[in-house]
Design a protein around this ligand. Structure first.
Ligand SMILES: [Zn+2]
Ligand SMILES: [Zn+2]
Length: 239
């Protein structure tokens, strides 16, 4: 009742247009409609989007000659200003309440891409972990919040199965090769999850997919340490 009273005095505002909102939402429906979805054609390997008409099932220039351990990667939104603004609020401004509305975009992608259905309804949602020190600093992990909300919406079980052993230097200025060597040995499967993961399919959840180095390394660890069968990647934004 107190929460409702406070909503009455200070109604929550849309994160993008500041319109007063109801029912615990954080993004209004007109802003949600305007956010740029990734639709076909996109790279079947890494989810990179292209304008114009291209044949189905193509692979982008970046992926030619690359081997990814993951099955495929998909993102829900294009890497433009508004999606990045939302990721920034979620990640650096501790606005974790955004995760519920943002997970709806992930859910859209999960439903429309048949390759996710092929993994089964029991494919585990595994968030990319932060190092504990960074998580403490940010007071939460944006990937975990997204995975938890997506799990509520889709019914796929959540498994917070990975841990990050070392805090890696910031990746933004590194190319893919440098990122890969920077990440070597950074992730492990938590002991308590080893049995549960064996032979299952998994969907790795993160906020942004950029070069795919994090996705690649987490997949490698899930397969090597826990014998996970297939790992697909689902991120909110394609950077
Ligand atoms: Zn709005
Ligand atoms: Zn690609």
């Amino acid at each position: 009742m107190i929460a409702r009273f406070l909503d009455f005095i200070y109604p929550p505002l849309c994160e993008l247009c500041q319109t007063p909102l109801q029912h615990g939402r954080s993004i209004c429906s007109s802003c949600a409609d305007l956010l740029p979805r990734i639709k076909e054609p996109f790279c079947q390997n890494c989810g990179e989007t292209f304008d114009g008409n291209l044949e189905q099932g193509f692979r982008c220039q970046n992926c030619l000659g690359l081997t990814h351990d993951f099955h495929f990667a998909r993102a829900s939104l294009k890497g433009l200003a508004l999606p990045f603004h939302l990721v920034h609020s979620l990640k650096y401004r501790r606005r974790f309440f955004l995760a519920r509305d943002l997970a709806e975009f992930l859910q859209e992608t999960l439903e429309e891409d048949p390759r996710f259905r092929d993994l089964g309804n029991d494919a585990l949602l595994i968030p990319v972990p932060l190092h504990w020190r960074r998580q403490q600093w940010r007071q939460g992990n944006q990937a975990f919040e997204l995975a938890r909300e997506l799990s509520k919406a889709s019914g796929n079980p959540l498994a917070n199965a990975l841990k990050r052993n070392r805090s890696t230097q910031t990746q933004t200025k590194l190319n893919r090769k440098q990122r890969l060597s920077n990440l070597r040995g950074a992730f492990h499967v938590k002991k308590a999850h080893l049995e549960r993961l064996r032979g299952t399919n998994a969907i790795l959840i993160d906020d942004v997919f950029t070069t795919g180095a994090t996705a690649h390394e987490c997949t490698r660890v899930l397969k090597r340490e826990a014998k996970v069968s297939k790992v697909a990647i689902l991120t909110l934004v394609r950077g």
